[in-house]
Design a protein around this ligand. Sequence first.
Ligand SMILES: Nc1nc2c(ncn2[C@@H]2O[C@H](COP(=O)(O)OP(=O)(O)OP(=O)(O)O)[C@@H](O)[C@H]2O)c(=O)[nH]1
Length: 780
Amino acid sequence: MLSNLRKFVVSHKKIPILHINNMCCSKMRASLQRLKSHVPLGRNYSSLPGLIGNDIKSLHSVINPPIAKIRNIGIMAHIDAGKTTTTERILYYSGYTRSLGDVDDGDTVTDFMAQERERGITIQSAAVTFDWKGYRVNLIDTPGHVDFTLEVERCLRVLDGAVAVFDASAGVEAQTLTVWRQADKHKIPRICFLNKMDKTGASFKYAVESIREKLKAKPLLLQLPLGEGKAFKGVVDVVNKEKLLWNPNSDDGKDFVRNPLLEMSDPELLKETTEARNALIEQVADLDDEFADLVLGEFSENFDLLPAEKLQTAIRRVTLAQTAVPVLCGSALKNKGVQPLLDAVTVYLPSPEERNYEFLPWYKGDLCALAFKVLHDKQRGPLVFMRIYSGMIKPQLAIYNINGNCTERISRLLLPFADQHIEIPSLTAGNIALTVGLKHTATGDTIASSKSSALAAARRAETEGGKKHRRNNEAERLLLAGVEIPEPVFFCTIEPPSVAKQPDLDYALKCLQREDPSLKVKLDADSGQTVLCGMGELHIEIIHDRIKREYGLETYLGPLQVAYRETILNAVRATDTLDRTLGDKRHLVTVELEVKPVETASVMPVIEYAGSVSEDLPTASQEAIENGIHSACLQGPLLGSPVQDVAVAVHSLVIHPGTSTTMISACVSRCIQKALKKADKQVLEPLMKLEVTVTRDYLSLVLADLAQRRGTIQEIQTRQENKIITGFVPLAEIMGYSTVLRTLTSGSATFALELSNYEAMNPQDQTVLLGRRSGLTQVL
Ligand SMILES: Nc1nc2c(ncn2[C@@H]2O[C@H](COP(=O)(O)OP(=O)(O)OP(=O)(O)O)[C@@H](O)[C@H]2O)c(=O)[nH]1
């Protein structure tokens, strides 16, 4: 049946454009695109009967493969490690694309974008589905830039396994560390692929050491490289003691031979591989008791007799347990090593049923899914990518969105399979679905089959999980959380070309926010201007570009500004009374509270109640108090920025009968603002962790520049020919750094930046900032 499907796909002339909506993922997509003729998506849905004739039974096995044969994986890497090139090879060898692209062909990417602009089509691929040796692989796109960390995390949330790609000449780099930590957080089993083995300076040993040291992981060397740098020609399969050599005359790397290592032809290599295999066996036995028993019993005399399958099974167990990571190597650019990597994905990474999702039992087989990406297609409306954890999705199915507390209907169901979006009759647990017709579902929403099913699951969660899952709101317990949306660090005003276009801008921003919850949009009460808040310069730039490209609006951005925070240095008490008569109703509240500093590194205030207040406090009044506290803490007295690291203790509260909750909130909020004004205050600024890779010649120039930017240097390491500077620098001082660094080092240096924490500004800098901002506070 698979061959049937392939045949159809290959013979089908109309191949869709997939879209670029997010520039940081654009290279992968663009390289996919240029392999296809440019025909709008709408004409390229394949419906089921046309696809397979009457062979419905076989189709089921293709569309809904056994769950054990599904792999939901992502590829994660530091910028430029070769994620795009590796992905491109994977798609080519799996038959997804029909020729190999080249990421260095910048013109092609630009051409593609221009064509996309002309057509005004918005399609994007967040996941592609392909088959490899009888396995269904859903490859989920994870962007590499730090501004899109949230996007990476959101994607990680729906992965069952991941391939971490490294530049073998650089080993572990800054962004690798970040994504590795994120993958740790979501407990995702991984495989490491040491790419760029052909590059001058590539060192298998160095890269493996850096995995051991920096990632604190236990690398399992499943392969050894045959040569390094220019001499790289293939790999040794340590598990099977085989040599894999790629035909030097093949221009796409499809042609390679796998031969057993023999004493006669390769005595040295055989010896080296046997030692590596024995070391691997010992290492795995140390981590897995079942394997240790096997090895020490039957095979203790001679590890050579241990069958490869038994070793693979044990490697799989330790990979799934995340006690070690298999390491493979190759050169995606030179088309070597990618097919064994795909084999390893199917052999060592888990199927959906092997992941331990604690929420699954609560649903008892009912639908539970996570919307992990929303795209706006001009013809189809919103397209929602969903990971199905349990149950089934069908076209015309009504689903309940737990976050949005609303029910809506899926009109069509698609599978982004090979180079088609195939319309399908149903999709079961473990799969990635692309749905059409959902108007309210946003990125990150949890989906159930109905409200009653969600509530039943919530009750089970509470019974089974006890206090662990107890949250304020019943449905909240069920949210497939794990992706905390970080507070934006940058903001700027955005204006439409004319007042008449404001509704169009509002609509565009609403759509973009549904796709990207890390984008915040506010209305400045004083100036009436719309304010965009984002995760970085690139993030805001991309939003600006997308508004123009996808919504045809030429907008104007105000100067980019840093999102500061405020805190207080001492505890302060305040009392307030609100007494207002509206119509014939009197609203009277008196509150006494204390605001004090605490160390939480959060803008969520800690709320405490005196015993006399909490006793018999109605839920509605408590909610009103907390709303008042939260809204007051959003605008600190110094800059109007969020206040962090504070606790609020409510000491007394007197509410006149009939007083509305709005009045309670207003009184509490005013009282807090009074207290905050009285306190000693401090501005906190975002401090960025910076890693600069620079050649020795430019080291002192870069250090001198960082010193001027109030930077502090943590350490300077040597990596081959380069120096790696790590340190911290305030965000305000590092705006536009890419241009500066390029000029300073003639384009030879690279850097990675990520938010470290918010830190107190020194008194002089704070005075300068407040002086500068006092002229600006009217604008923002
Ligand atoms: N020598 C060598 N160069 C490679 C290899 N793989 C990728 N490259 C080159 O490395 C550069 C970056 O490759 P990409 O595939 O774009 O890397 P990426 O990780 O997707 O980069 P970002 O999308 O910017 O994060 C390009 O110039 C590639 O040609 C490889 O195996 N060997």
